[in-house]
Design a protein around this ligand. Structure first.
Ligand SMILES: *Cc1c(COP(=O)(O)O)cnc(C)c1O
Length: 429
């Protein structure tokens, strides 16, 4: 495989951009490679600067459920751009997307648009802190809520001790307000609430974690979070940045029949443009400025291009049978994929739901951070490199999600399986 042009660009990029990339996982460090620079993408294919073409299972990390450069999304963006790229004043397109989101989520009465999932999550905890008059938050080890200070915290030494910073630059003073529990472990949450209950502003959770690889909630776990947060007067925040509009027209909360107090969104709702949003009960959202006093603003928030792309995307997702088809297609793919590993006697665990999945190099049941990090990441890196060589692009880390998009048709899926089989042969040697 030729990668000379990407290599040259990477060298150049490193002169001007820290590590040569604008987001760390893109650097391919976990798989021992240098990043590929992407020239263009269409449907389920992406093409790098050396003209290698790949079947893409990254989908820009989640937003591109319709595939790359979907004509109707592109048309919406072009149409909006011709009328001006930003007004710094309200526009009708903001109402349209906000209305679509509130209609799709029974728990969201009102929603505020921001520019990324990070911004949405940090704004949601500021609001939760203001609403409850409390400072502490509970998060789960391995869940990701963007890169703001309060979330760059890992578990401390004891189960109920305050978290410690996971990045230089985050004040320890702030870290002590973030308590870290274990996903799918009710007792870890109970212990934290027993010790700090009345100081906890909110519990924030990815209802289906995707940032330790895909992990599924066990029976009753999310219900327990709903119950305990209510009992202690804390808010429950679902971070549905990945799951929002990924599994159904709405959030995983709709499927689970749960109502969080606040919901954090991003990725799919922007149709591939930079967007985030947070929303929830009217009484809480009315505390956000200028309706209330909790300050939060944005020069480009509610950007007309992003609003147009998001709304155009959601309109297509609303079509009958969309999610059923996606799930069916993925189910079939996963079944065949599993067979390929079984044939070669390679132990893997494939967690999947709807159109998302993770292949874990492990023979254990993966249901939380501890079990996820016990995977064979060296084997995963080999797998990644073999797939790339055969023209398949998956996330360059064991602890990420792969996505199937509406643009992956039967032929693409078959082709992907054929290439994976060839890759596994390379991996065996
Ligand atoms: C991607 C992601 C975020 C952060 O969104 P950005 O737009 O990258 O800032 C937050 N939460 C979850 C669950 C995510 O997957």
């Amino acid at each position: 495989m030729k990668t000379g042009n990407s290599a040259k660009l990477f060298e150049e990029a490193q002169k001007y951009i820290p590590g040569g990339v604008n987001s760390p996982v893109r650097a391919f460090k976990a798989v021992g490679l240098e990043p590929l620079f992407i020239k263009k993408a269409y449907g389920c294919r992406i093409v790098d600067e050396d003209d290698n073409e790949y079947i893409d299972f990254v989908g820009s990390w989640g937003p591109l459920i319709l595939g790359h450069a979907h004509p109707r999304v592109v048309e919406a963006v072009e149409g909006a751009a011709r009328k001006g790229t930003s007004f710094g004043a309200p526009c009708a397109a903001e109402i349209e997307l906000a209305r679509m989101i509130t209609e799709a989520f029974p728990a969201i009465d009102m929603v505020r648009m921001v520019n990324s999932g990070t911004e949405a999550a940090l704004s949601a905890i500021r609001l939760a802190r203001a609403y409850t008059g409390r400072d502490k938050i509970v998060k789960f080890e391995g869940c990701y809520h963007g890169h703001s200070d309060s979330f760059l915290i890992k578990a401390g030494s004891g189960l109920i001790t305050a978290g410690v910073t996971s990045s230089p630059g985050v004040p320890e003073d702030l870290a002590r307000h973030t308590l870290v529990a274990q996903y799918n472990d009710k007792s870890s949450v109970e212990k934290i609430f027993a010790a700090y209950g009345k100081e906890i502003a909110a519990v924030i959770v990815e209802p289906i974690p995707g940032n330790m690889g895909l992990v599924l909630p066990e029976e009753g776990f999310l219900e327990m979070l709903r119950g305990i947060s209510e009992n202690y007067g804390s808010l429950l925040i679902f971070d549905e940045v990945i799951t929002g509009f990924r599994l159904n027209y709405g959030g995983y909360q709709n499927m689970a029949g749960l109502k969080p107090d606040l919901t954090v969104l991003g990725k799919i709702i922007g149709g591939g443009l930079p967007v985030g949003a947070y929303g929830g009960r009217r009484e809480i959202m009315n505390m956000v400025a200028p309706a209330g006093e909790v300050y939060q603003a944005g020069t480009l928030s509610g950007n007309p291009l992003a609003m147009a792309a998001g709304a155009a995307g959601l309109q297509m997702l609303k079509a009958g049978g969309f999610y059923e088809k996606m799930a069916e297609k993925t189910q079939l793919y996963i079944k065949e994929l599993k067979n390929l590993f079984v044939k070669r006697k390679m132990p893997v665990v494939i967690n999947h739901i709807g159109s998302m999945f993770t292949v874990f190099f492990s023979d254990k049941y993966i249901n939380n951070y501890q079990s996820a990090v016990s995977c064979d990441t060296v084997k995963f890196a080999d797998y990644f490199r073999c797939l790339l060589n055969k023209g398949i692009y998956i996330p360059p880390s064991q602890f990420e999600l792969s996505f199937i998009s509406a643009a992956h048709d039967g032929e693409d899926i078959e082709e992907a399986l054929k290439r994976t089989e060839q890759a596994l042969k390379l991996l065996d040697n």
